[in-house]
Design a binder for this molecule. Sequence first.
Ligand SMILES: [Zn+2]
Ligand SMILES: [Zn+2]
Length: 251
Amino acid sequence: MNDVLKGLIRTHFEELKQEYPNFRLTFREKDAVVTGLLEFYIASEKEQIAHEYHVSMYIPIDYPNNLPSVTEFSGKVPTNFHVNPTGQLCLGVASDLWFYLEGKLTLSRFTKRCVIPFFLSLQQKQQTGKVNQGERPHGSRGIQEFFKDYFSCDDTEKLLRILCAIYYGLLDSVASCPCGNNKTYEDCCKQKVDLLLEFCPQNVIRKDILIFFHFHYKEKEQSLLKNFFSSKMKNDPHENFQYHSLSSFFR
Ligand SMILES: [Zn+2]
Ligand SMILES: [Zn+2]
């Protein structure tokens, strides 16, 4: 980790420590780890109820363009809730999380907008059997749902077209919209795409789009996709390979 990044992490950590004084910061060769007791209160009608979770947040080398991963180690999160095979908590679909952060990642915002809501959802699920604000499916199906909701579009072909245009940077305001709505891009999907690109770092969008492609590549749209991407894939065999190397995201 270089000194600039270490400095940024220290600054963000000091801000976090103001609110959560239990946390400790450790720098390691390839990442930094914030560990401690996450304590927060939920007001009910009669009382304030304290909640405590022992967590570690692993801050990656591409912070703040990539989210920390989080583990909880007092055994309070059942593995049939959103926990990845690696033991890391599945806090949500990455694009959703960047929208909660409004595109700005600090450790304090991340804790308040991504980590605590995860534990609140767990509480609700354990108490009532469901999560009030809804719950995305785990893994790649959650990413499918995110894009469908975000573009208010159930038409897979339209979605593939617009996501492909984002992925390859083929967006032109005066041209017709890649989704195929017979409007200019400016009058159709531009606003939504701009907001997506404003809030989510490129690497995040590209990864989620690849997962979306991969999901459909396997399914009945296989031939449609092959035709749609064939010219680009021929030019870019590396991208073609990425579809297959992403299989670890699927279950
Ligand atoms: Zn999940
Ligand atoms: Zn459109």
